[in-house]
Ligand binder design. Structure first.
Ligand code: ATP
Length: 452
């Protein structure tokens, strides 16, 4: 993890949020390489879950929503973590995490039971101090809107993007007239007052999610069939990030661990340096959300069958994941160290479709105008077809390779004196270091095929 965090900073993937002010816990900023990888992950998800389908619609709802949304969704009551406080330092810790560190499965315990167990095991804070009784703590981040002090309205920054979809269920029905089953997808930011943010991008306070809410006819058989379909589809998508399949697994939630709305819940977990960790969640939400929004808003959230006229609250199968976690797991899985041509190197074996830079173009020597001119010509032509191509003439060829390897660039293209004679270039593949000579005119096809 340490090596990946340091590479991410050194090479412009991720920086600590507000770093020059000492940082703000639980926030990270994406740099020039990071935005490329982040965008490519989102684009791959959108293509697979929306673009290639004709039963899924996209929306982009506001982060600020009416406070009653969170009452309806159960977040003001149920979106809580059990906390204990160190009596000396007043630092707060997750009671369930302390118990898990002591080998206790806390997922089945109530808050009072956690308190008893902590006493029984005489657990202390990591600093060795006595702890308070556990208390529940709400994870929603509060904000206030309005121009005049004193008459501002309290709102929450959304704790999940899900509700932005459900409150628009009727709008999508009325504007697009879809028939069951159909889905609504969204990508957007969510905010949680995580007690202990940490492990780099794994647990943060501001993060981005990508989610599909798939509405199905409310019957057991259809619910089960769709649930299994979306569970497999989500795993297939995660593997498509280029992550080694043996580092991914499904895990079913215990009954006590399931969110308040879930009829069935499974996670996709990644085998990370901090253990098997949740990457993605697939939840059978039943009709919880639509029924609750109807109760709280007074607006009908039912779907009316166009042939039978039957009115039902559809059931919802949700597949939901964090982009930052996918980003982190992709980096961790792609990080490699080896020896090439007698030199040690670190590189990112990123899938070409995710790599922020698809190819770098170099003139062999930067002080030979005829080479630079030809290289610029090749670069400009290529960049018209494949925008994420980079120009690099800094340092010697070896240094350029090392730098491109560290950002995961799949191909490096060198223009040398032979190029001036026969219009061929050297194309070097990142993982093997193998170099091939090919006509300049063939390069864009090779890149396009690899990215596809
Ligand atoms: P966890 O148990 O790790 O707190 P969760 O079960 O609360 O996660 P969900 O509410 O199911 O998570 O959110 C869906 C996805 O959003 C998660 O699978 C994860 O990828 C991402 N996510 C949730 N909380 C965070 C966070 N604090 N930082 C980064 N990503 C997060």
């Amino acid at each position: 993890m340490g090596k990946v965090v340091s590479l991410a900073k050194r090479r412009g993937f991720v920086f600590q949020g507000s770093e020059i002010y000492g940082g703000l816990a639980g926030t990270w900023d994406y740099g020039p390489m990071g935005v490329g990888l982040d965008f490519n992950i989102k684009q791959y998800w959108w293509q697979e879950f929306v673009g290639k389908r004709d039963d899924v619609y996209g929306v982009d709802a506001s982060i600020l929503m009416h406070p009653r949304v969170w009452e309806a969704s159960g977040h003001t009551e149920g979106f809580t973590d059990p906390l204990v406080e160190d009596k000396k330092t007043h630092k707060r810790h997750r009671a369930d995490h302390l118990l898990e560190d002591a080998g206790v499965d806390a997922s089945r315990l109530s808050v009072d039971e956690m308190g008893e167990k902590i006493k029984e095991l005489k657990l202390t804070s990591p600093e060795g101090n006595e702890l308070t009784e556990p208390k529940v703590f709400n994870l929603l981040v509060e904000a206030s809107v309005g121009a005049v002090d004193g008459s501002k309205d309290a709102v929450y920054l959304r704790g999940e993007i899900t509700q932005g979809v459900h409150v628009n269920f009727k709008n999508v029905l009325d504007s697009m007239h879809p028939k069951l089953p159909f889905g609504i997808a969204q990508i957007g930011k969510a905010f949680r007052n995580e007690i202990v943010p940490g492990n780099f991008l794994f647990r943060v306070r501001e993060f981005e999610q990508m989610e599909l809410q798939y509405y199905v006819h409310p019957n057991e058989e259809e619910g089960k069939r769709q649930y299994e379909y979306w569970k497999e589809k989500s795993m297939e998508w995660y593997k498509g990030l280029g992550i080694s399949p043996e580092n991914l697994r499904f895990r079913e939630h215990d009954e006590n661990e399931r969110a308040h709305y879930a009829r069935e819940a499974w996670d996709i977990e990644y085998n990370s340096p901090i253990g098997w960790k949740e990457a993605w969640g697939i939840h059978h939400r039943g009709d919880w959300d639509l029924r609750r929004h109807e109760e709280h808003s007074g607006v009908s959230m039912k779907y009316s069958d166009p042939t039978t006229g039957e009115k039902v609250w559809p059931w919802i199968i949700e597949t939901s994941g964090g982009i930052g976690r996918a980003f982190l797991f992709v980096l961790l899985d792609a990080y490699r160290e080896d020896e090439l041509g007698g030199e040690k190197r670190a590189y990112l074996a990123l899938s070409p479709k995710l790599a922020p830079v698809k190819a770098a173009v170099f003139p062999l020597l930067k002080n030979k105008p005829e080479l630079v001119e030809k290289a610029r010509e090749v670069y400009t032509a290529l960049k018209k077809q494949i925008p994420s191509v980079m120009w690099d003439d800094n340092g010697n060829i070896g240094k350029r390779y090392r730098r491109q390897d560290e950002i995961g660039t799949p191909f490096c293209i060198t223009i040398d004196f032979d190029t001036l004679e026969d219009d061929t270039v050297t194309i070097r593949e990142r993982d093997s270091g193998e170099q091939t000579r090919m006509p300049t005119s063939e390069v864009s096809d090779v890149l396009a095929e690899a990215i596809r």
